[in-house]
Ligand binder design. Structure first.
Ligand code: HEC
Ligand code: HEC
Ligand code: HEC
Ligand code: HEC
Length: 446
């Protein structure tokens, strides 16, 4: 959000207008259990295991900002939003903002109470100290509406009763070919196009106090990057023959079907995962997940995710799914998200012999030294680069392991797993060894 340099009165009037034009949302308030007074620890744990920090940053006790920037910073959210709005938002963000990327977690009344109390206590007493507003007058509301129209707020925001302005700002299609004669320079700015563009982006109002372009907070590097991009917007670039253009990839409109499709939309899996070319890059691609994993593991992971890749900062959030929803999702993933490259059921773990398992163990520890990146036995192995394989036999399919080891990049593009050109027989025996890993040494009584 840029800075428009509003005076206190202007800010007051815009606020009066925005509040006057807002409409009530027709959703009943969710049931909330008021938490005990000392619940902050529980609220903070729930925030942690829900992995809200994948998308939101918050200041920690040391004043460091920790977390992602997909959603707004939450450090002062308790000073910003109303308590009743907060619980309603947390109970289902899609009610307020149908296209939001924030998932619809299945919080129950107790969890809503805990989270709302925890977030509501993230306040900043200084923040609102100098704001005291008397009820808005009609004049203030009208003035606010004029300002919102004049400053083109609706070119970025949807606002009741305000039309998105046409031609609010100059066309930049061939700004890179703009003739210097058409530019009004101000003192202190070199008379060339790059200097003009940089100055204009850095401090727009130095070119006149009536300029409508707002003030952005950009670093010098960001301004340089913007200037470079704008200089490339030339008449020549526009007239470039089609065979010299590199087309961008068209966004995928892939939509999963049925009840699982509804869950995937509601839980916003696409905010983090990519499937069939659509979605984010915060989490592993799921397009062929169904060929990799076993059903019981997948159902329990969806219900209560644990850490798979220790090297990753982000984690799969806990959505509080019901058994039925977790099963619906798992069945869909297992049947639809398959690779045509091999049949996941083609190599049952029961087909392996003890000799193969023993040979696989040797290969794992000696020939390929897989323990440099992986842990099978937590008492001896030290590899933290790859996922822990202690219970690989409960998670993965044998056929997946064989095909993955032979050509990791083919199944997981961009993976760090080295391609060691492992021959078929070695890959099979490594799979035999890994598929026998179904218990931690503790559970084995060691
Ligand atoms: C995949 C990213 C993502 C995750 C995960 C996520 N959020 Fe959000 N959240 C957003 C985005 C984006 C917004 C901005 C509003 C919008 O999209 O309409 C938002 C808005 C909010 C707001 C309103 C803040 C404001 O200043 O208006 C709150 C409160 C919030 N989220 C809390 C949470 C909590 C608590 C969790 C974990 C239980 C969470 N979010 C998980 C993306 C996410
Ligand atoms: C260049 C696009 C842009 C323009 C123009 C713009 N905004 Fe924003 N505004 C944003 C973004 C993006 C956010 C979300 C917060 C952020 O990321 O800074 C935001 C946030 C807000 C918020 C807080 C909303 C919330 O739920 O947290 C208000 C209020 C607001 N803008 C009002 C205005 C008004 C009034 C104007 C016109 C004077 C305006 N904005 C012009 C991009 C814009
Ligand atoms: C806020 C981001 C986020 C959202 C939303 C999200 N995930 Fe995840 N998911 C992750 C991350 C990060 C991992 C990797 C965790 C790890 O390696 O420890 C992951 C891992 C997984 C895995 C295991 C992948 C593997 O390597 O076997 C599956 C399956 C999965 N997610 C399914 C889903 C489904 C289905 C949805 C929607 C219902 C979903 N995820 C929504 C972040 C997310
Ligand atoms: C340089 C470090 C490194 C070495 C050496 C290595 N791996 Fe991996 N391995 C990884 C990483 C990183 C991943 C996670 C891949 C991802 O998230 O895409 C992985 C994933 C795996 C997986 C799980 C694949 C999945 O789909 O979840 C298996 C099984 C595996 N490795 C087996 C082995 C075996 C067997 C060896 C020895 C032949 C080996 N790895 C050697 C880094 C390594």
């Amino acid at each position: 959000m840029p800075n428009f340099g509003f005076s206190d009165d202007e800010a007051r009037d815009i606020s009066a207008f925005l509040i006057a034009q807002s409409t009530k949302l027709n959703v009943p308030p969710p049931a909330v259990t008021q938490p005990a007074a000392d619940s902050s620890g529980e609220g903070s744990s729930l925030y942690g295991e829900s992995f809200c920090a994948s998308c939101h940053a918050m200041q920690n006790a040391a004043g460091m900002l920790v977390g992602g920037n997909v959603g707004p910073e939450l450090t002062r959210v308790g000073s910003k939003v109303k308590p009743e709005w907060l619980v309603s938002w947390l109970s289902n963000p899609g009610n307020w903002s149908p296209n939001t990327v924030m998932p619809h977690y299945r919080f129950d009344a107790k969890q809503l109470g805990l989270l709302a109390r925890y977030l509501g206590s993230q306040t900043d007493s200084g923040f609102l100290a100098h704001v005291s507003l008397s009820p808005a007058t009609q004049e203030q509301i009208d003035h606010g509406r004029r300002l919102v129209n004049e400053r083109g707020c609706a070119s970025c925001h949807v606002i009741n009763g305000i039309k998105k302005p046409d031609n609010f700002a100059p066309d930049l299609t061939d700004v890179g070919s703009r003739s210097l004669a058409k530019i009004v320079f101000v003192p202190g700015v070199e008379h060339d196009l790059p200097s003009y563009l940089a100055a204009k982006i850095r401090i727009p109002h130095q070119f006149g106090s009536a300029m409508k372009m707002p003030q952005f907070t950009l670093t010098t590097t960001q301004i340089d990057a913007l200037v470079n991009a704008l200089l490339a917007q030339t008449e020549r670039a526009e007239g470039l023959p089609a065979n010299l253009r590199v087309p961008g990839t068209a966004p995928s409109d892939y939509e999963p079907a049925g009840p699982a499709g509804q869950l995937i939309a509601d839980l916003r899996c696409f905010s983090c995962h990519s499937i069939n070319g659509r979605g984010g890059d915060m989490a592993p691609d799921l397009s062929i997940e169904g060929s990799a994993v076993q059903r019981p593991w997948l159902v329990s992971f969806l219900k209560a995710p644990n850490t798979l890749r220790p090297a990753l900062i982000r984690r799969m959030p806990r959505f509080n799914l019901s058994d039925k929803d977790a099963q619906t999702l798992a069945d869909y993933i297992l049947t639809v998200y398959q690779t045509p490259a091999f049949d996941a059921a083609s190599l049952p773990a029961s087909s392996f012999t003890q000799a193969q398992r023993d040979h696989g163990k040797q290969l794992f520890y000696s020939k390929y030294a897989c323990q440099s990146c992986h842990i099978v036995d937590p008492n001896t192995d030290k590899g933290y680069i790859g996922p822990t394989l202690t219970k690989a036999g409960l998670r993965l399919n044998a056929a997946w392991i064989v095909n993955y080891l032979k050509d990791p990049e083919k199944l997981r593009p961009g993976t760090i797993e080295p391609n060691q050109h492992i021959p078929d027989e070695d890959a099979r025996d490594l799979a035999a060894f890994l598929m026998a890993q179904t218990k931690t040494p503790k559970e084995n009584g060691k």
